[in-house]
Design a protein around this ligand. Structure first.
Ligand SMILES: *Cc1c(COP(=O)(O)O)cnc(C)c1O
Length: 358
């Protein structure tokens, strides 16, 4: 991907180098405008990374100590950490195992008088069932912060993820569908007051030099990353098309294999295939077999947040969230990148079939 944009990217970075203005400048403004247009929101606020985007969104919405926030039980730990960092408590909700996304029908059982918000995560680039989630949130006066780190460009019922919630977070970590050359992230929202508050929070609570209205943070998306991201954003639709084609090839070549469950796409969802994740009870053995024939795979994620040492303090014992634990034990992310060929997909499939049989 980076080879394909090398000349454009280096030109943008070289131009930025020469401006001698590296923080909160023209490149960031232009990228924020371009990303807002792409995501069909009124405002994008570039921040330092995805975790900060989630944290600042929750803080700007006034979530804090004493509040409970509904989160998926099987997400990347950043989703939970953002809730903890504003002083609130993450309350896990189990997924629909078919999609690995939060199951809207399980939200009601997790409600308490302290529940203030929901953070749906569009895991692996599969959009959550946002229509039901937004209706549930409205019915119970809850705020919604989408974690759109893995799903830039995905839609549910025709609407882009990252545009449903009150304020939404995304990440431009290098391996994300839109990735920087380092850390970067953004909040998206169509609420101008919220956007202003997040702009203050990311920059020491300051809109005007030497005047600090809030006890803010230092979390800014720098000019070099913004210049680079604006180049890559122009190619994102093309890369997403390729990811969709690769996923379709995987689904064709991997059909009807015993002990291998393929990803399910629910009605209304248009995923962007950040990852193509299969499930098998023989995960570790299959992973080793693929490694021996030169096929690298990854596991997203082997240990769910509630079983991490960092969350021992919540006292959620093993066995309490069986669906998250089962998915963590069986998931396997297959190779997928824009530029991969059908032949390479078929090679992966052949290696899987040679191990699991057909
Ligand atoms: C990557 C990711 C984050 C955090 O993003 P960083 O930029 O690494 O801080 C949050 N949530 C999910 C689902 C992610 O995949």
């Amino acid at each position: 991907m980076h080879a394909a944009v090398r000349e454009e990217a280096l030109a943008a970075m070289s131009r930025t180098y020469d401006t001698q203005w590296y923080i909160l400048g023209e490149e960031l403004t232009l990228f924020e405008q371009a990303y807002s247009k792409f995501n069909q929101v009124a405002h994008t606020i570039g921040v330092g990374n995805g975790l900060d985007a989630l944290t600042l969104a929750l803080r700007a919405l006034g979530i804090g100590p004493g509040d409970e926030v509904l989160v998926p039980s099987n997400t990347y730990i950043a989703t939970w950490l953002a809730v903890s960092h504003v002083g609130a408590t993450p309350v896990p909700v189990e997924p629909d195992p078919a999609t690995s996304n939060i199951d809207p029908s399980r939200l009601a059982a997790a409600l308490s008088p302290r529940t203030r918000a929901i953070v749906p995560v569009h895991l692996y680039g599969q959009p959550c069932r946002m229509t039901e989630i937004m209706a549930f949130a409205a019915q119970h006066s809850l705020l919604v912060v989408e974690d759109n780190a893995q799903a830039q460009g995905a839609t549910f019922d025709g609407q882009l993820t990252g545009s449903f919630g009150h304020a939404n977070a995304t990440s431009f970590y290098p391996t994300k569908n839109l990735g920087a050359l380092g850390d970067a992230g953004a909040v998206t929202t169509s609420n101008s007051d919220l956007a202003d508050r997040i702009r203050l929070l990311r920059n020491y609570g300051s809109a005007q030099k030497n005047l600090h209205e809030l006890p803010g943070y230092n979390s800014r998306l720098d000019e070099l990353q913004a210049a680079f991201l604006r180049v890559k954003l122009r190619h994102l639709a093309n890369w997403t098309r390729q990811r969709r084609q690769l996923a379709a090839w995987y689904s064709k070549h991997l059909a009807d294999i015993a002990d291998l469950r393929l990803p399910t796409v629910v009605a209304g969802a248009e995923p962007v295939w950040h990852l193509y994740v299969v499930h098998t009870p023989h995960r570790e053995a299959l992973r080793q077999h693929l490694a021996t024939v030169g096929i690298e795979t990854l596991v997203h994620y082997p240990i769910p947040p509630h079983l991490q040492p960092a969350y021992k303090v919540l006292g959620i014992p093993a066995g309490t969230l069986p669906l998250a634990e089962e998915l963590a034990a069986t998931c396997l992310s297959l190779p997928l990148w824009p530029g991969m060929t059908e032949e390479q997909v078929a090679d992966v499939a052949i290696a899987i079939i040679s191990f699991l049989g057909k």
